[in-house]
Write a protein that binds this ligand. Structure first.
Ligand code: IPE
Ligand code: IPE
Ligand code: MG
Length: 243
């Protein structure tokens, strides 16, 4: 299924559109393993289902007008999982990158991988570089957080700044050295799977993000749920410490 494809007609007249108040949505895509377990299947089966949901949801987010979508696909802590599960996730990533490369004309958004890619295989890195070069003219961006950790990102930002000769830094310096510097802060972070935590995601950028938690497991999330999320966002009052 094309992701961020041109001319898809999924939206209905009732579909809420987003505007400049809701530019950036982020997802902690949690619950793949439990989804598979409920079906008596191995966890890998849940990750495969989760990757299909990822494509559907990201495409839809593009259609409703988000300028940036950031998804948490693999954390710096997820290496603790059994080797077979990690390998399966890497295979899904490889397959996805291949799909993007082959069908590049169908895609609309830019793609950016955020995280420490230095540990990925050269073959995967090469594909990532290729995919990141696609659609440079697009004003919509999909950030895929892979081997990503918020602490690692902030540490990386400081190291970048000190290597450039900075001895003191401003908040703007730090924000400008983060992987997400082009997308800015998420307006809302959505976590599926029922756990009420951030799990090292976008720690700096989450300062004033609206948080949305749902018990739904990631593979079960639908475009109608995204509509609900959008309506929920617009029912909130963001005060940023003011009145
Ligand atoms: C999220 O689903 C995907 C990754 C962390 C890679 P999980 O694999 O964490 O699924 P649960 O939370 O165990 O159900
Ligand atoms: C968060 O899910 C990471 C991703 C969704 C990629 P986890 O399943 O790794 O988080 P914890 O361990 O429940 O905090
Ligand atoms: Mg989990």
């Amino acid at each position: 299924m094309p992701l961020f494809s041109k001319g898809s007609k999924k939206s209905t007249p009732e579909t809420p559109k987003v505007d400049e108040h809701f530019r950036h949505i982020a997802f902690i895509m949690d619950g793949n393993g439990r989804w598979a377990k409920k079906r008596g299947k191995p966890r890998e089966y849940g990750h495969k289902a989760g990757s299909d949901t990822f494509k559907t949801i990201c495409q839809y987010c593009c259609e409703v007008g988000f300028k940036a979508v950031t998804v948490y696909a693999f954390s710096t802590e997820n290496w603790k999982r059994p080797r077979a599960e990690v390998d399966a996730i890497m295979d899904i990533l490889d397959h996805y990158l291949e799909e993007l490369k082959q069908n590049y004309k169908q895609y609309h958004s830019r793609f950016k991988f955020i995280g420490d890619l230095s540990v990925m295989t050269p073959a995967l890195r090469e594909k990532i570089v290729y995919v990141e070069g696609m659609n440079q003219e697009s004003d919509q961006i999909l950030n895929i957080a892979f081997n990503y950790g918020g602490r690692s990102e902030i540490t990386h930002a400081f190291n970048t700044l000190t290597a450039a000769g900075k001895t003191t830094v401003s908040e703007e310096d730090i924000a400008g050295a983060l992987y997400t510097k082009e997308s800015g802060d998420p307006d809302m972070i959505v976590r599926t799977g029922g756990d009420l935590r951030i799990s090292n995601f976008l720690l700096w950028q989450a300062a004033y993000a609206e948080l949305y938690f749902t018990d739904k497991l990631w593979p079960d999330l639908t475009t109608a749920d995204v509509d609900d999320i959008i309506r929920d966002f617009y029912s909130r009052k963001r005060r940023y410490g003011g009145l």
